[in-house]
Design a protein around this ligand. Structure first.
Ligand SMILES: Nc1ncnc2c1ncn2[C@@H]1O[C@H](COP(=O)(O)OP(=O)(O)OP(=O)(O)O)[C@@H](O)[C@H]1O
Length: 218
């Protein structure tokens, strides 16, 4: 469950204050999926970073599964971030690690005593079982994105934020990735928010909103 109330966010541009989000409100029910559209520069990535706890704001509130992010101290926010699954446009895999090591790396770092129960099932569903010893540069873009999805889901997050995950893929691979991402999240009752420029891909989502002039359409 996500509740965003009167969220404002600005950045300093020299001496000028550049307003990016302006009194933004959003309510996403538990396990709901949302596609986020909007022109380039409208603030989609900024909004995802605020939801991920990577940025802070002083104005407005963000509540995710009963945690009010604005009230968390730095340590609590770091713990919150560990529980969010992130998927990026450029995959952000570690080049020197194999597929298997990439998928397990953050899990081992953040949850060293928690077994990675879902590993086998995830790599199987994502079609990666035969690529576990490959290095990222030996994979196609679609395969790399599937690795990053496995990494994002391994620690069983309740929220996955995907920032243009198909931005580097052709249409066929984009559909595959979105189909897998939405199915995996639906099966696990995970809230998914995906930024995309594609109205076609947004059709996979039960809810679609557009960010414009710092706020979301109703
Ligand atoms: N680190 C930063 N410092 C200053 N301004 C920034 C920074 N990051 C983003 N911006 C500005 O904030 C605004 C919103 O950027 P953001 O990346 O959130 O937009 P977006 O909707 O995700 O764009 P795109 O679709 O092109 O990825 C833009 O005007 C951008 O130039």
């Amino acid at each position: 469950m996500i509740e965003v109330k009167n969220l404002c966010f600005s950045r300093k541009d020299g001496s000028q204050e550049h307003v990016i989000l302006d009194q933004l409100n959003l309510s996403v029910a538990t396990a709901q999926h949302l596609a986020l559209l909007g022109d380039s520069g409208s603030g989609k990535t900024t909004f995802l970073h605020l939801l991920a706890g990577l940025l802070r704001t002083k104005s407005g509130t963000i509540t995710v599964n009963d945690q009010i992010l604005t009230h968390l101290n730095d340590h609590e926010l770091a713990l919150y971030r560990r529980r969010v699954g992130l998927v990026f446009q450029h995959y952000e895999l570690l080049e020197c690690l194999t597929v298997k090591q990439n998928i397990l790396f953050q899990h081992k770092l953040n949850f060293p005593h928690q077994p990675a129960d879902e590993f086998n099932q995830l790599v199987d569903v994502l079609g990666l079982s035969h690529r576990l010893n490959a290095l990222p540069h030996q994979l196609s873009g679609g395969e790399q994105q599937r690795v990053s999805i496995a990494r994002a889901l391994l620690h069983q997050p309740r929220l996955v934020l995907a920032d243009e995950p198909t931005g580097n893929l052709d249409l066929k691979r984009s559909y595959q990735v979105v189909e897998l991402l939405t199915t995996l999240c639906r099966d696990r009752n995970i809230n998914l928010i995906m930024v995309t420029h594609s109205h076609q891909l947004a059709r996979y989502f039960e809810h679609v909103k557009t960010l414009k002039n710092g706020t979301l359409d109703q």
